[in-house]
Design a protein around this ligand. Structure first.
Ligand code: PA5
Length: 424
């Protein structure tokens, strides 16, 4: 299970400290499904449900794609995109020689990106997984039409066999198209919102195609969610939610999520959506930002150390690295680095993390450590479940509905009107 260490934040707390009683009430609402938006809390049962229903067919579809194609084009945006990308970049940052290359489109309206991706697919066998719960989101719909055309050019009347649609079980344009063309379909459950859907077919199909062991992910998630149902201040989700809400009440309005693994970058993007879309409403919400250490210490380090004192820092740390590499000794010592010779690079990284933490805490930045054993399937599942449960608790603590996103509609209305969509 994830461990949360608040020792680098404690000196910034008031003497009363984080409100664990409130965290407990929020957690109870979540578990009893009596809080705001409780009709969208199906993600808490999702791993067990998916294991009992769709998991085998997701894996079978992934194997079919892996055996015949060199690439998978994943079409989706927001909650229908970031979880899969976060998982794949975290666990498979460099594809193995038998792994298809995964392209993500549908998450922009960029002619350059679309054309570059089309060019790359010219000579390559590929499949498409189009993911949209509503089936009406413009960005993925635009990309899908374009890549569907390429499939039709390449495979003629066999194109339909190369399309996998992940969408609502009953309604929406994508569902109707899938039914009329006979595409293999997977379900985005009614009671699971986009940003909580990574452990459904939304995330699992692309992950399985990339070579991630999704059975291990799901088994670990089932165990993790059981552990996170613990109703106690020892629950790491309580600790994290209560600490960040306590700091927010003391005007720490920005949370930077940091990690020392470059492969974590898109997990941080997933986390930003999860927290930003769940908490940023009714005029409140911690602003979620992310940094990649140690790289960003050389760009954002100055601001973090000495800028406005509005920042709290949450650091994801992996206890063990997957690989070891002893830094070599060099007789001549021309670069003067023999003082670290013989030490493992991972250990040097941990020392750097401790040094950064001390510096930032003494510079006035509360520090929360979120520790996971390893960057593997179990570690990924642990992080996802931990962040989801803590996000719901934190949202309920601040009095918002963590499961809606009414603010996202504003730009869509404008865009559709300006593009001349009929009826707008
Ligand atoms: O979390 C959310 O609900 C959003 O980010 C959606 O996932 C995103 O807007 C894409 O929507 P859809 O899956 O309906 O295309």
């Amino acid at each position: 299970m994830v461990k949360v260490d608040l020792s680098g934040a404690a000196q910034f707390f008031t003497s009363a400290g984080p409100d664990y009683a409130l965290a407990g009430l929020a957690h109870e609402k979540l578990l009893n499904k009596t809080g705001l938006g409780s009709e969208f809390t199906g993600w808490m049962e999702l791993p067990q449900r998916i294991k009992d229903t769709e998991l085998d067919s997701i894996i079978a579809a992934a194997e079919k794609i892996r055996s015949r194609s060199k690439a998978l084009v994943v079409v989706g945006i927001g909650g229908s995109y970031l979880g899969a990308r976060g998982a794949i970049e975290l666990l498979k940052p460099l594809p193995g020689k038998d792994d298809p290359q995964i392209f993500f489109v549908g998450n922009m309206l960029s002619a350059d990106t679309l054309c570059d991706t089309l060019d790359r697919l010219g000579d390559v066998d590929f499949d498409v997984n189009v993911i949209s719960k509503s089936g009406t989101t413009l960005e993925p719909a635009v990309s899908f039409r374009i890549f569907r055309e390429l499939l039709e050019k390449k495979y003629g009347d066999k194109a339909d066999e190369h399309i996998f649609a992940t969408t609502d079980a009953h309604k929406g344009v994508l569902k109707s198209l899938a039914d009329s063309h006979g595409w293999e379909t997977f379900v985005v459950p009614d009671d699971v919102g986009g940003r909580f859907s990574v452990l459904s077919a939304v995330g699992l199909l692309p992950m399985a195609v990339a070579g991630i062991d999704v059975r291990r992910v799901i088994d670990a998630a089932i165990e993790e969610l059981k552990a996170l149902s613990l109703q106690s201040p020892e629950n790491p989700a309580w600790k994290y939610a209560a600490a960040r809400q306590h700091l927010y009440a003391k005007d720490y309005e920005i949370e930077i999520l940091a990690c020392y693994e470059p492969s974590f970058r898109f997990m941080a993007e997933w986390w930003k959506q999860l927290y930003g879309e769940s908490e940023g409403k009714d005029g409140k919400g911690i602003f979620p930002a992310s940094v990649e250490f140690t790289a960003d210490l050389h760009s954002m380090g100055q601001y973090i150390q000495s800028g406005p004192r509005k920042l709290m820092e949450s650091v994801v740390r992996f206890t063990y690295s997957r690989r070891t590499y002893k830094f070599p000794y060099e007789e001549a010592n021309t670069d003067g680095l023999n003082y670290i010779a013989g030490r493992d690079i991972a250990e040097i990284g941990h020392v750097a993390a401790d040094a950064v933490r001390d510096a930032h805490v003494s510079g006035g930045v509360p520090n929360i450590i979120i520790e996971v054993p390893m960057r593997n399937e179990e570690g990924f599942a642990a992080l996802v479940c931990f962040f989801e449960v803590a996000c719901a608790i934190s949202g309920y603590m601040s009095g918002v509905n963590p499961f809606d996103q009414p603010g996202v509609e504003a730009y869509k209305k404008n865009m559709f009107r300006m593009l001349g969509k009929p009826g707008t």
